[in-house]
Design a protein around this ligand. Sequence first.
Ligand SMILES: Nc1ncnc2c1ncn2[C@@H]1O[C@H](COP(=O)(O)OP(=O)(O)OP(=O)(O)O)[C@@H](O)[C@H]1O
Length: 208
Amino acid sequence: MTEFFSAQGLSCIRQDRVLFEQLDLTLNSGELLQIQGKNGAGKSSLLRLLAGLSTPDDGTIYFQGQLIAECLEQYAASLCYIGHQSGIHEQLTAMENIAFWRAAYQLPYVDSMTLLGELGLAGLEDLPCHMLSAGQQRRVSLARLWLTNCPLWILDEPFTALDQSAIQRLQYRFRQHLAQGGAMIVTTHQPLSDGFSCLKTLELSYRW
Ligand SMILES: Nc1ncnc2c1ncn2[C@@H]1O[C@H](COP(=O)(O)OP(=O)(O)OP(=O)(O)O)[C@@H](O)[C@H]1O
């Protein structure tokens, strides 16, 4: 059977420092890989490689049996990557950001008011996002996870700036995605709650 996602022999060098080398990982449908490590260990750098946003110094990455370097467009269409940056248009409202993502990614209709209400943003739908707090902006950014039908999610510190209720809601969404056969790779300094039966962890050690 074709593996869902795998990487072999990955190396990454930044400013003459080897962040990691000869790194292997595999991910199957329904699995969550949590990448942990100290500040500067190379977690975001690894995620950017896995998302196809940068090129490894060595090694190969496969998605559904194909080298991602050889199918980047198709890979990008299967991937929902949310990095440190919120990725929202700050001059636009939460409603307008959702409308933009729906149009850009040709996503099916969604009741944006209801979704924003579920995300705890009721009453704030029509404010430009630059007027929202950091946690509220993060919630708008993460609304994409309720819109997307991409099978692979790669999320860099998704819990940053979120309060406990938003973290719980987000972890519930993670479980839905995994139960539907999706897979995800996440960096977080926060422990995940119980209930992730298919949790793998990878500890990146800080190398000098
Ligand atoms: N584009 C780049 N050019 C040069 N150096 C970089 C680049 N990206 C990252 N680095 C360096 O690589 C190292 C690892 O950075 P990275 O952001 O991957 O760490 P991290 O584990 O995600 O850290 P944190 O937990 O603080 O987010 C850092 O020392 C950083 O300065």
